[in-house]
Design a protein around this ligand. Sequence first.
Ligand code: ADP
Ligand code: MG
Length: 402
Amino acid sequence: MAKLSVRDLALSGKRVLLRVDFNVPTEERDGVTHITDDTRIRESLPTLTLLRALGAKVIIMAHFGRPKGTVNLKYTLRPVAEHLAKLIEAPVVFSPEVTGEVPAGLISKLTNGDVLLLENVRFHAGEEANDPAFAKALADLGEVYINDAFGAAHRAHASTAGIAAFVPQAAMGLLMEKELQYLQGELRCPASPFVVILGGSKVSDKIGVIKALMEKANTFLIGGAMAYTFFRALGIPTGNSRVEADKVDLATEILELAKEKGVRFLLPVDNLETQEISAKAQPRSTGLVSPAKGVTDGWEAVDIGPETIDRYRTEIAGAKTILWNGPVGIFELPPFAAGTRSIAEAVAASSAVTIIGGGDSVTAVKQFGLGDKMSFCSTGGGASLELLEGKVLPGVAALTEK
Ligand code: ADP
Ligand code: MG
């Protein structure tokens, strides 16, 4: 089911409604909103630049924060319009209203290649409710719809899904296309060995992904807090480590499933443990774990240990396809970052197809300066997980078939 792409369309002189993910982190200083990380805005530039080069009149739709369906100027997109104008070195017209005569009037004055940004679509309750009347009011502003907001594609909202029913053509943007190419296309028939590295804070977040990838992966490398729910399932002492007690049965089930399918499911053989979660902590190694010896009573496992790093590195070096989701330790604190850093370095050095999904994993990889050494870093947290689980994303399903 190939979807129409922005590259398939003739757009000169057309009013193009472009949905992007501009939900950037901000900070208030001296009563002025500052964007602290503009990655998401930059990620939308390839599609925006293409549309302008094709001579489209670009009408951008985006959401920002959680104004919960009412006008709340704390969540205005005006500062984003100003920032975007700097990035594209061209004016960005800002429409303080989302639908109706105000934006329609401003849009009627656009010439080919011009850009307009609508105010936060979430100022209207119809957005998150996917109200057809609101979706139609948005659609009335343009002629073609392009969805490039991968990070919001798992939500069936008016500007991400509903709108597609009211335009003759709904296509994916370049970012959306790239996300699908890697998270779906490359992983449909991955070159083997296919190694999946999974970490993060909760096994419950990743169960769907584990089950879906069990059909395709040759090897799982498990780290992060989720490892300790598996430790509990195997009777390995976990000390004060984070364990999801109500997921222990599921962990047992997953271990059995892996055995049944002949999938190698590797858990840490040693860990770093600490009594203090702080940047000044001095963690120590647990040594090799067994049902007789694991994380020490009163101590918490916060990273994979040196022997585990060695073994995981060897697995990574032999892989042809690598998917990594979830840091293997509390990498935000330097004393607990060695495992995540070593994994990132090993993945970066690999000649395999390397795909990083998940907000915190991508942050970690970028923090280590290794982002451009990966084949692909996804921009979507929740959306990438749902795609990996094999779910259909409403924002993709709504688009026109090619
Ligand atoms: P992603 O966003 O990449 O999907 P998650 O959101 O699942 O990743 O998990 C990221 C968080 O997991 C990080 O903030 C990290 O500190 C935390 N984490 C990793 N290992 C541990 C651990 N052993 N104990 C507690 N938290 C951990
Ligand atoms: Mg996260």
